[in-house]
Design a protein. Sequence first.
Length: 704
Amino acid sequence: MSSTAVHTDTHCPYCALQCAMTLNPAPHDATGGRRPLLTVSGRDFPTNRGGLCKKGWTAAELLDSPERLTAPLVRTADGGFREAAWEMVLDRIAESLTAIRVESGTDAVGVFGGGGLTNEKAYALGKFARTALGTSRIDYNGRFCMSSAAAAGNRAFGVDRGLPFPVEDLDGAAMILLLGTNVAETMPPFLGHLAGAQAAGGLIVVDPRRSATVRLTEEGRGMHLQAAPGTDLILLLGLTHIVLAEKLYDAAFVATRTNGFAAVRRSVSTWYPERVAASTGVPAAQLREVARRLASGAGTYILTGRGVEQHVDGTDTATAAINLALLLGLPGRPGSGYGTLTGQGNGQGGREHGQKSDQLPGYRRITDPAARRHVAAVWGVDESSIPGPGIPAVQLLEQLGVPGGIRALLVHGSNVVVSAPNAGPVRERLASLDLLVVSDIFFSETAALADVVLPVTQWAEEEGTMTSLEGRVIRRRQATQPPGGVRSELWILSELARRLGSPARFDSDASAVFDELCRASAGGIADYSGLSYELLDSGAPAFWPYPPGSTGTPRLFADRFFTLDGRAVLVPVTPRPKAEELHRDGALTLITGRLLEQYQSGTQTRRVAELNDAQPEAFAQLHPATAARIGVADGQPVELRNDRGVMVLPARVSADIRLDTVFLPFHYPGDASANLLTQDATDPISGMPDFKTAAVHVRAARVE
Ligand code: SF4
């Protein structure tokens, strides 16, 4: 399919809500004949009901961007780039990879994927790493997003599906507790699903800032808990303490559907409301009211986001939220539940098909002998040839260019120079590699460091599937032809695999790759084996697990959890010391987050004029008292400094933020990159970096 003379139903290229849209031929060729321009219209679909946010409405601009990469680029001796032919470039990459593997072993080559890749690309990338390259060194940027919640979900429920229920179920909620998520900016059409709880006065938001989402709580009986950054685990322990102390928990549910009650009760016994209030800054009376309201009746949901998950204790924090939900008897009960709001476009599917360091397709452990046997048979390789578990993203990036580490890296769908924590050393390590190959649609900040840049197809130029935050598999459809010099990543991987003498065969047709993915996932947790493009194109809802003969699984946990005995596991958790002291010598706590008009590292949205004009630069949000103390006014330059970096940004002075906190959006590159200041300490369970707490010293910038 390639014609632009038809209307094409597809989905937004950005976030995990995967809003449905139709791409239409423009009434006239506004590009002066350069390329056909498409327009976007919203399409009725359960996640967005025809609504789109600014990013969705302007998404077609990505297709006609004059900044689009249109030919392979290779670095020249003088440090620049020149265009080159595909055959020559692929030959050179394969030769270099082969030489490095022979000299230094297969693990000297690494692969870094992305949570925005289609299911087919994520699957092909994992297979390519394990078969064509034979390396265990593969991970992806979803490690920075969903890994804590995923680990917590697997530990408690035996499965990780962001929302274990369709998003429409939230419409009937009377009470929704949102922890660390600002959906009013990150996915505005989602607000339609909160409207019922908001109208009922049941919207409760935990956030160090009075965010756009918090403002929704200010009419009626909604609540804002403005907890200090990094104290979410303590807050949840306090709420759990109250639920148990006041016997607000669902004893029958706990007795019949969970294990571990006694240990969790012991673990929260000393987290009295007053003690929790002292740590979090949330008054004890407010904590008691929230606990009582959460337990007050049916229709209660608890939803977490990156704000509480991106910590060195992120898995335990998500676990504490799950414990609370289980004690209240929410998961699996109609009209209530627990979930985590996935961020990246394919944040859910991207973690199911094998680009995680420890997983094989079907969301199965790479150490599981049965999973290895099954997947090896689908791939047509010897089971023993599949490497064991690799290392998570931050550790993988630490291995770049070090003796005995990774000498060559292939990057797909990720701009790690902007998105990785403590980004300064990451940049240096990438630049030190013997071979860095970056596949992208634009010349990203990571591409600028590459030896070879490969231009690839984007959303409306390709067929594929994505999986929404609710585990709903959906079709991405081609609406237009890519520029002539651009290739799909599936084609690139198949061509490289052939040149590398891969024992596994690679297909470049998305439908064929999806069929293989479905076979590889059969019997796994994320089982797609009953799905096909034909079924998805029929419009039938497709929630995994979807084995053959089923109609999918929109709601999980009605009868049992995915554990051996079918019961959920209550896991006692306790706060650990932070990786760095936050308040020493007058430091503020740096938190990072997102803006409505930008997406992730900004590679796409910074190139859409309407979006970038609205939010063209990074800034530091400060409380007025902080601004007064350091002597800066709104808009004046402020210096932020810690052991990892220093930057100067314009101040945005606002009473919407805590006195002890400074907020930076993380979408911006170069000297304004928030991740120059963030910590690369990681959660020992999930490998999640701590993006949400870092000590930073703030002062008025000296004007030379
Ligand atoms: Fe796209 Fe997300 Fe906006 Fe929907 S909410 S239009 S999926 S960016």
